[in-house]
Design a protein around this ligand. Structure first.
Ligand code: NAP
Ligand code: SF4
Length: 656
């Protein structure tokens, strides 16, 4: 289980929760080895003010709670030492040179010789304290553009002393750190070194430098090498949903030829089958997954019991994990709201089994039904469509969001496993529900597209987003999209693609590398080559009324990928639009006081949603007994997403 910052590491009073989080994942034969989220070796290495730090013997008390809990369950755990260098979001940050990161407003102080020595000592002290806390080892974070990476690359290391210049000087820091940690800790202690195998930034390392570093790190005493992919400031996606599965395992395989110690493959590996394949085909000796363990704490146990289809798969959305962390909130998981809330959101067996009707099999309804049934209630799920999934049926057809199919597979399996009676193609009414004499009725009827009022809106060229994605209505070559929220961006993505279909996974990966400018031979500096942008299949204009930049509401860690993709594909972004009318010529609008006509073949409306909750209104008198509940989009359509819908469903089901 790879390192994943949860936010619980940062406050000592959350260590009980952190212990419960890891213990739940270790119970009954979990991952062979766990690595904690990053812990700083000193104040200068903080990711943000007051971030989790281990530099004082009193820290041992907190960390012991974690190691004891994991060891009690038979697990093994290493602590990641993460010095953020110039990524530290605070004024005390330090680096090789005083060059500000493009993703930070604080310029680091360039360390002098004494300062560097202090940082190395801090790593050694931190590792010693980790051992005293009961950790089985440490992972030294040497990738993703953090402190050590900043010394390794010319991009951030402009020094002319013995820590800069040629690669033997630039690599002195990590080699010294590993050697001195090994010397201080002895042989009975794991040292994982996370090595940046592709920097994906200009002036990154060359392949020869990476191999040379790997062999030196091995000689310095590392027990294993984990693969690090891409700096945080890289403008190439490395973990979002649209990154092909195991997209970077090839570099781990190539690197593995050069060292004898185990090599770990990472990034966008989210199923036991893929992991098994990588091991069998010699890509790596171990596989590390981080987010998949947030999504399903029993990933390994289910895989080992040949129940992989019961795994709640991480869909790489980042919405509740990394987006939370980058917004200063604690991590959780979109598909598993219990992640990091193991002590507060508990699905206890129900004391009294009740009859529960859930209306609507979208994310909110599915989550309610499964958790309620898991707790022992007798649940019937009614859905008017002929399939479960609701809005997920739109998401799963968006290119790059194919993993959403897995969420539906998981829910189907869970409905079956927990004995939920599923009635599809059944539109229930209030009378039917009243007569059912249910103990609880949960209205999870979701949302419907918001209609807009515009002269000519009934023109045949106008389509709703669901008509395009679900009903697969034909769409012309020139398209205007009204509304640039999450769905507007998704629809643009859907309409600009098309070429990848029918090609093999290998070809898709090659195309993806080419589009993003990744060197498939990993030879060039930073593994970068000139991107080859495939021509879009359509001419798209994405419109909004507000003047704020497009895509502001998208996730922090994925929004930039969508925006960059739109730019690459020549999607025209128009903000500050006032829509006037639609006729045979196209869409008439006013932008910046100038009237214009967008001559298009189709106009697709992505103007948000409205709640569908008529049933709740009709059941109101009955609901006064607190037996009728409203969840998800049916409760509030504004900014509803699967994260809120699934969480609300689970929380309700945990209490009834
Ligand atoms: P949304 O994010 O609320 O966006 C609705 C868009 O429609 C806005 O751009 C709004 O911009 C426009 N609009 C609203 N009322 C309008 C009107 N009367 N006439 C014309 N335009 C109007 O809704 P959504 O795109 O349907 O997404 C729904 C939820 O799903 C959101 O919470 C979203 O975050 C989530 N989601 C996220 C993603 C993702 O992160 N990739 C993908 C899909 C869905 P103006 O008012 O400026 O015109
Ligand atoms: Fe995976 Fe999304 Fe859950 Fe994060 S929030 S662990 S990316 S499913």
């Amino acid at each position: 289980m790879g390192s994943m910052h949860t936010g619980l590491e940062d406050r000592f009073w959350n260590y009980g929760k952190l212990a419960a989080y890891f213990a739940e994942r270790s119970q009954g034969g979990g991952p062979g080895l766990i690595v904690t989220g990053g812990i700083s070796p000193n104040r200068q290495g903080w990711l943000a003010p007051l971030a989790g730090t281990m530099n004082w013997p009193t820290d041992i008390l907190n960390h012991r709670r974690v190691t004891t809990a994991v060891h009690r369950e038979g697990g093994r755990i290493c602590m990641q030492i993460l010095h953020s260098g110039r990524y530290g979001y605070h004024p005390f940050n330090v680096s090789a040179s005083a060059i500000r990161a493009p993703i930070n407003k604080f310029t680091p102080k360039a360390l002098d010789e004494q300062g560097i020595e202090k940082q190395i000592n801090a790593y050694v002290r931190c590792a010693r304290l980790a051992k005293r806390s009961g950790y089985d080892g440490v992972e030294i974070m040497g990738s993703e553009g953090y402190f050590i990476n900043q010394f390794l690359c010319q991009r951030t290391n402009k020094r002319t002393d013995r820590w800069g210049g040629d690669f033997s000087n630039r690599s002195r820091l990590p080699i010294d750190i590993v050697r001195r940690v090994r010397k201080a800790l002895g042989t009975d202690f794991i040292i994982i070194y996370r090595l940046s195998m592709m920097d994906l930034v200009e002036e990154g390392c060359t392949w020869d430098e990476i191999v040379s570093l790997g062999t030196e790190i091995e000689q310095a005493g590392a027990s294993m090498i984990n693969s690090g992919i891409g700096w945080h400031e890289a403008r190439i996606p490395t973990i979002v949903t649209s990154v092909p599965h195991a997209a970077f395992a090839g570099v781990s395989r190539k690197f593995r030829e050069h060292v004898k110690i185990p090599v770990i493959a990472t990034n966008r590996i989210n199923s036991p089958d893929q992991a098994e394949q990588l091991l069998e085909q010699g890509y790596c000796d171990m596989v590390s997954m981080a987010r998949p363990f947030l999504a399903d704490p029993k990933f390994v146990q289910k895989a080992a019991a040949a129940k992989a289809e019961e795994i709640n798969t991480c869909i790489a959305c980042n919405q509740a994990c990394l987006d939370h962390i980058f917004n200063g909130k604690k991590a959780s998981c979109l598909v598993n709201p219990r992640a990091c809330r193991e002590t507060s959101l508990v699905y206890r067996p129900a004391r009294l089994a009740k009859r529960v009707a859930v209306v609507g099999a979208g994310p909110a309804g599915l989550s309610t039904a499964v958790v309620a049934a898991e707790r022992g209630h007798s649940v019937t799920l009614y859905e008017s469509a002929n399939q479960i999934g609701g809005q997920f049926n739109i998401a799963k057809d968006i290119p790059g969001k194919e993993d959403f199919h897995d969420t539906l597979r998981y829910y189907k399996k869970m409905l079956d496993k927990h004995g939920v009676e599923v009635t599809l193609s059944h539109q229930v009414d209030a009378e039917f529900l009243r007569q059912g004499k249910y103990d609880h009725i949960v209205i999870a009827t979701g949302v419907k597209p918001r209609p807009i009022d515009l002269p000519g809106i009934d023109h045949p060229m106008v389509l709703r987003y669901d008509q395009v994605v679900v009903e697969k209505r034909p769409v012309g070559k020139r398209v205007a999209i009204i509304g640039a929220g999450g769905i507007g961006f998704d629809l643009a993505e859907y309409l600009i693609h098309g070429a990848a279909q029918g090609t093999s996974a290998n070809q898709q990966l090659r195309n993806w590398y080419a589009e993003w400018g990744i060197d498939p031979a990993y030879q060039s500096r930073g593994s970068l080559v000139t991107p080859e942008v495939m021509p879009p299949t359509r001419e798209i204009t994405l419109l909004q009324r507000k003047t704020a930049p497009h895509g502001k509401s998208l996730g922090k860690t994925s929004g930039w990928v969508h925006r960059l993709q739109m730019k690459k594909k020549g999607v025209k972004l128009i903000g500050g639009a006032t829509y006037q009318m639609i006729d045979d010529h196209g869409l008439h609008l006013n932008v910046d006081g100038i009237n214009q006509v967008l001559e298009v073949d189709n106009i697709v409306i992505c103007a948000g949603q409205l709640s569908v909750n008529d049933l709740y209104q009709q059941l109101d008198p009955y609901g006064k007994n607190n037996h009728v509940h409203l969840v998800g989009g049916a409760y509030l359509a504004a900014e509803v997403d699967a994260k809120r819908a699934i969480r609300e469903g689970a929380e309700l089901a945990a209490r009834i």
